[in-house]
Design a protein around this ligand. Sequence first.
Ligand code: 5GP
Length: 127
Amino acid sequence: MPYAYDDQNIFARILRGEIPNDTVMETEHTLAFRDITPQAPVHVLVIPKGPYVTYDHFCDQASDAEIVDFARTCAAICKQEGIAADTTPGYRAISNAGEHPIQEVPHYHMHLLGGRPLGRMLARADD
Ligand code: 5GP
């Protein structure tokens, strides 16, 4: 089934200015703001301004300009927030897509997390 974008999702409402956000960076095609329930000292959500549901939807349907803008903005945020992996202990970039990873908000977003040790990516029985 093709992706159907729900324009009433919370990030669409943030983009329309209906709900406040703590903006970290904004460009022509991308908005980044702090997660309302941060899981680490740095927890930024990076979203495209266009109506994309998941990472694969974005990469398949967005223009080259949107994709480049998004990627460069992620890099700029890592520098700005002091989590870039070349000069600090680094960060984790996560994007949940769909039901199995429990995507809560159906507007594509990248979580950038850092500022503390983050453990393994996925819990394992022997961890
Ligand atoms: P997901 O589970 O979809 O990957 O992540 C959604 C994220 O959005 C969660 O980490 C949640 O805390 C965050 N979130 C949900 N509602 C809001 C909101 O209204 N404002 C902000 N800044 N973050 C939100």
